[in-house]
Design a protein around this ligand. Sequence first.
Ligand code: ADP
Length: 255
Amino acid sequence: MLEVNHVTKKYGKNKACDDVSFCLEPGSLTVLLGPNGAGKSTIIKSIIGFLKYSGQITVNGIPNKTTEARRILGYIPELPSLYPTLTVIEHMEFIARAYKLTNYKERIDMLLERFEMADKKKKFGDELSKGMQQKLNLCIGLLPNPDILLLDEPMLGLDPHAIKELKNYIEEMRQAGKTMLISTHIIDSVDMLWDRTIIMQNGQVKANVARAEIEGQGKTLEELFFEVTEGIEASSVRTSEVDEQTDSKEETKAE
Ligand code: ADP
């Protein structure tokens, strides 16, 4: 279980994340939606331990910045940061050693094969096209096979084959009981099986809703998104979690 409690991250006076709270249930796939600048990357980078913030984040009860928690957490960043002088295979081996993986050669081959990078093994980081860099970025992030995986805009820059393969891979991880958080601002890219959606806007969580709840109301994810972010219709599908937060704020005010 990943728990994010009252996390606020400021850049100067700008609150990139403003009192953000949510949980990821074990084995669930949560889609993190929001317009550009909503705070999605900031909360993901906070969870992975890259940023300073106020509030608490725990992984199975352990603070997220500890070595123990970091072993459980995996991250695929939106933008690849590759080493220009390492080849594709050297990148993979470097990550395998950094994570002290054993018997990783087969797994490396499997990932490079699936994302059509097997024939690029000897290419250097700065010889790869943007799309190939994105695919290597994915292979690097998937290699350690963590229990909780955070994917920040993972479909960006991928070709149709890689998108299809990534969706298949995500489904396989779901079947294997992995917990995933996938951020995107492209609603159509998340037509795979997901369990819950969190919608952020202006640094705040505006909705946190189970799929069954949305479908029970006969709504599509897109309809919910515009309802929440543009107020096209009064939002009646906010979760008990968000409602409870509002209730408790009102109670506090009343006191
Ligand atoms: P999203 O991932 O939803 O597009 P971000 O988390 O990247 O949104 O950004 C949230 C807000 O924080 C935006 O207003 C953005 O301009 C600001 N922000 C993000 N990173 C930085 C940074 N390194 N320095 C200053 N402001 C930042």
